[in-house]
Each structure stands twice: as C-alpha cells, then as structure tokens.
Ligand binder design. Structure first.
Ligand code: NAD
Length: 321
C-alpha cells in the first residue's frame, strides 16, 4: 500500500488532503499541532507534534512515503497583511520547512510536495489597470508584498535546491485563495470568503456587513475540491520540477464576492466599508502552464463554491448557537 505523510493535517487544506488520499487507498500518517477543527480525520495515525522541533520529528519519519508539507504559520489578510505577525510567520514557517528538508536529506524520502502561495508574486504587477493574470515566470524579479510571501518564495527555493542537489523529487503548488467547507471562519486567521460568510450568516435583514477597504480589490478563489485534484495531478506528473499555479482565473472584486454571498443568504444586507488590511489591488491565476503540464483547470464556479461554503458555515453557526 502506498504511504503518505501529511504535515499540517489539522489545517484546512491538509485535513481535506488526508481524506482525499484515504479515498484513493493510501496509508496516511497525519501530523499537526492540532486535530481538524470540524471533523475526525480518517488518517491511519494522527500524531500531535510541533514541527519546529526537529528531534521530535525524527521519530515519525517514513522514508518510503511521499511527504506533503502544508504546515505554516498563516492566516487571512487580518493575520498576514498587518505586519503584526511577521516575525512569527517567517521564523515558524521557515523552521518547519528547514526541518522537513534537512530530515528528508538525512533520513531519505520518496518525494515531497510543498504548498506555496500566490503571495510570492511581485506587488508591482498587481496594481489596478495591469494584466492581473500572473504566470509562474512573473515571480522574478521578486518583490512580494508581505513577509509571508517572502518566506514562501525562500522556501520554494529551498525545495528546488534539494531537488537539484539531492535528487529528491519536489513538487510545488502556488495556491491562490483556497476556500470551501471545513475552513476556519472566526478567530483572526480566517480568510476572505469564510469571514464574509460568517458576517452574512450573523447579520439580520436590514443590517450592513463590514468590508475592509473600498472593496475594489480583486482576487480569484479556488474551491477546495479543485485544489485537491490539482495537487493529485501535479504529484502524478513526474516532470514538473518548477512551481505551478493552482488557482482559479475567475476574478471578482471583494464587493462582488460579498454581494454573491448575500444573495445566497436571501437576506437584504448592505456593505459598510471600513479601514482594514487589503493586500494588493488585483490578482488572478494564469493557468496556461497547469493546463499544458498536468491537464488541470478548475471546474467549480465561484457561485457554486460560495453556495456550498455559505451553507456549511451558516449550518455550523446555527448548531453552535
Ligand atoms: P491552515 O492554517 O488551515 O493549516 C496550516 C496547519 O499548519 C495548521 O493546522 C497548523 O496547526 C499547522 N501548523 C502550523 N505550525 C505548526 C507547527 N509548528 N507544528 C505543527 N503544525 C503546525 O492553512 P491552510 O489554509 O490549510 O493552508 C495550507 C498550506 O497552503 C499553508 O502552507 C498555506 O500557506 C498554503 N496556502 C494556503 C492558501 C489558502 O488559501 N488556504 C493559499 C496559498 C497558500
């Protein structure tokens, strides 16, 4: 039976990835500091550990496995774009990635997957009025707009260096705003879709909901099921040795995203713009390379994905009330 180790298996994408691998018949060791927030993992083993602790990690090493590295100190705009958490984000995530790679070199590993981010792209390519569809080659010359993005870019280079110098296959996905059911929607680390769904679910007819900035900032959002299929195809394609966009090209302004969620709720709500961290003006994913190399394109529309996510969040909030 094929073996997989999933770091960050208590988080949003990692917890879904464990379920995906189990459905494909893998034996899975899941690792995180916490269990998934909203369901019990199907992993064969779930070990709670701190991945900044290299000595503790040695005991869970399986060299015949593929290792999927999703663990990171991250969150939505309220966490990574304020600057308040930069030291933690940079040092914690860099330590996890360094430990992962050093142990892969020292103890061996069949292959590696690393979850990078669209936040690595340069800020000067993401202003209103420019072509927002970012291609993989646009990453350099580098100028990410957050330290979260800088850490991801540095980590990408570490994984590619290990691949080059030690012959360990490393596959790297640059995710663009992944969302869907079972992602956190409160507490400060939640991301845009989940945060807006929570605000709409809490609001009463006639209320207004808060939107950070003027809401004209534009993004594309990738539904979790498409993300999982993208990772699967990337790992099956043995020849993609460079980072690949795994994102949607369906761009939307935050105002229109909020209106789409409000429509799902059947409530009469308005938007109230307040100061808040907003990130770059406009960003979307150019998927030409993903289409060419792994024959992958997203299949779930924003409307369908938002519907599923809003339904899930509003149901969970009702149960918790
Ligand atoms: P998440 O925050 O839900 O999951 C990350 C997990 O890592 C958490 O469960 C956390 O407990 C774990 N972790 C952090 N530090 C740890 C430590 N020291 N030891 C053990 N576990 C630790 O994030 P996510 O949304 O599932 O994202 C997964 C990966 O994809 C991350 O690397 C993230 O940067 C990347 N990514 C996500 C998105 C997105 O939109 N969700 C976009 C781009 C990139």
């Amino acid at each position: 039976m094929k073996k997989a180790v999933v770091f960050g298996a208590g988080g949003f994408i990692g917890s879904h990835w464990v379920e995906y691998l189990k459905a494909k018949g893998f034996w899975v060791l899941a690792v995180d500091r916490k269990h998934p927030a909203y369901f019990t993992s199907s992993a064969d083993q779930f070990i709670l550990t701190d991945l900044r602790d290299k000595a503790a990690m040695k005991s869970l090493w399986i060299k015949e496995a593929t290792l999927y590295q999703f663990a990171a100190d991250m969150g939505g705009a309220g966490y990574v774009f304020t600057g308040d958490n930069d030291a933690e984000v940079m040092t914690n995530s860099a330590q996890i990635n360094t430990n992962t790679l050093r142990l892969s070199i020292e103890l061996g590993i069949e292959s590696l997957f690393f979850a990078s981010s669209a936040c690595i792209y340069p800020r000067h390519l993401q202003r209103h009025g420019q072509d927002p569809y970012l291609k993989e080659d646009d990453a350099y010359p580098a100028h990410p707009d957050s330290d979260y993005g800088w850490e991801k870019l540095f980590a990408e280079r570490m994984y590619m260096g290990v691949q080059r110098n030690y012959g360990i296959p490393c596959r790297i996905a640059r995710f663009h705003n992944v969302y869907g059911p079972c992602g956190i929607y409160e507490g400060g680390k939640e991301k845009a879709v989940a945060a807006l769904c929570r605000k709409v679910a809490l609001a009463e007819n006639g209320d207004s909901i808060e939107v950070w900035g003027d809401g004209h900032q534009q993004r594309s959002f990738l539904f979790i099921e498409d993300c999982l299929e993208g990772i699967w195809r990337l790992m099956k394609a043995s020849n993609v040795e460079r980072p690949l966009n795994i994102g949607s090209s369906e761009m939307v302004s935050i105002n229109d995203l909020a209106k789409l969620i409000i429509k799902q709720s059947n409530k009469a709500l308005t938007l109230r713009h307040i100061d808040g961290p907003v990130g770059v003006d406009a960003r979307s994913s150019d998927n030409t390379l993903a289409e060419e190399t792994i024959k992958w394109q997203p299949t779930v529309s924003l409307k369908e994905g938002v519907k599923a996510t809003y339904l899930w969040i509003s149901e969970v909030m009702k149960e918790e009330a």
